[in-house]
Design a protein around this ligand. Structure first.
Ligand code: SAH
Length: 365
């Protein structure tokens, strides 16, 4: 699987689009707002109130969250400027980056509306310009020393490739309690290689004193197979394994499918930062978000628990459908996600299930 060509969230504005099924990820962006604001305040002061600020959102996807991040950045700068009594607004350039298959057309339509609102007469908000940057953040994306601030949320757990495995990850599609140790090692090493490269490239692109706030899906535990990070994929594996037993999916297909993700703990993040050496860590924060955050729960005439499970199922479909489709084919998609959603609903009715987020705030030395 060529991850950079296959991976994208479901585009458009349909029922299973990322646009309409990314409330959980939005909640996480909101939770990290104080950390972003802190980093921007320090940046703005340390740079002596520059007239232009160049920012980038990496793995911006397509939909309301893309603009939510952009508005958080613009509003934060404006708030900081007013708080510090600076009369003149800086002008802001925001680069929106994602892989080439991302629905950039959808973003561009939303962005022009957003800009019109920003630049309304009497708006005190800073002038703001947007550009789309297609490409993997595991490559160079920007000119050397050209960026002041980099943000990324819920994107860095995606690896550049499925780790190369010497043993089959039988019946699993991610790291799991029953995965062979060599599989866990392969995942861990791929994460280290990718995150190290990511830091190297960003170190080249950021100005000295530039900042980054990165949030990734992660874990608290030292155990890479702990439930907090693997459960959501274990449940998808359950649905796929049932379909193998019923002859709806070939066993070899199941054996050769693995999710290109790694959910690091805070220590693994800080180890790579120290190894790479270009950044100081200002904050390293671990938080949690309940699966139920995927749900607004307003529009459905079913019980709250059922609505939460249904919406988490849709959230996972918006994220994983392109990967599943490219590997198993279009014909099984409905069946896979119907079963997966049922399994998610069941586990959410039994227990409170959470995802763990690791946020790191960094300064380029
Ligand atoms: N930041 C958004 C989107 C998260 S979804 C939010 O918080 O809602 C994760 C996004 O990361 C997807 O759009 C995916 O295409 C993108 N992504 C994954 N790997 C990437 C890579 N190597 N380079 C750029 N974008 C990547």
């Amino acid at each position: 699987m060529d991850v950079s060509q296959v991976l994208h969230m479901n585009g458009g504005n349909g029922d299973y689009s990322y646009s309409n099924n990314s409330l959980l990820q939005k909640r996480v962006i909101s939770m990290t707002k104080p950390i972003i604001e802190d980093a921007l305040t320090n940046l703005y002061c340390a740079m002596n109130f520059p007239k232009t600020l160049i920012m980038a959102d990496l793995g911006c996807s397509s939909g309301p969250n893309t603009l939510f991040v952009a508005s958080e950045l613009v509003n934060s700068i404006n708030y900081i400027r007013l708080k510090l009594g600076r009369e003149e607004s800086p002008e802001i350039q925001i680069y929106l980056n994602d892989l080439p298959q991302n629905d950039f057309n959808n973003i561009f339509q939303l962005v022009s509306e957003f800009r019109n609102n920003l630049t309304r007469p009497n708006s005190s908000l800073p002038p703001c310009y947007f550009s789309g940057v297609p490409g993997s953040f595991y490559t160079r994306l920007f000119l050397p020393k050209s960026i002041h601030f980099i943000h990324s949320s819920y994107s860095l757990m995606w690896l550049s490739m499925v780790p190369e495995m010497v043993t089959t990850n039988k019946k699993n599609i991610y790291m799991s309690k029953t995965s062979p140790p060599s599989v866990i090692r392969a995942y861990n090493e791929q994460f280290q290689r990718d995150f190290f490269k990511f830091l190297e490239y960003r170190a080249e692109e950021l100005v000295s004193g530039g900042r980054m706030v990165l949030t990734t899906l992660g874990r608290r535990s030292d155990d890479p197979c702990s439930k907090e990070c693997c459960y959501v994929w274990d449940l998808l594996a359950n649905a796929l394994n049932d379909m193998v037993i019923e002859g709806l999916i070939e066993e070899e297909k199941m054996d050769s499918f693995n999710i290109p993700q790694y959910t690091p703990c805070a220590k693994e993040i800080s180890n790579e930062v120290q190894k790479e050496g270009s950044f100081t860590i200002d904050r390293l924060n671990v938080s949690e978000v309940n699966w139920a955050a995927a749900s607004t729960n307003h529009h459905l005439n079913i019980t709250k628990k059922d609505a939460e499970g249904y919406n988490m199922g849709k959230c996972m479909r918006a994220v994983a459908e392109p990967l599943i489709k490219s590997h198993f084919g279009e014909s099984v998609i409905e069946e896979v996600f119907e079963r997966y959603t049922k399994i998610i609903k069941h586990s959410m009715s039994e227990e409170h299930v959470k995802l763990v987020n690791v946020t790191v705030s960094l300064t380029r030395k």
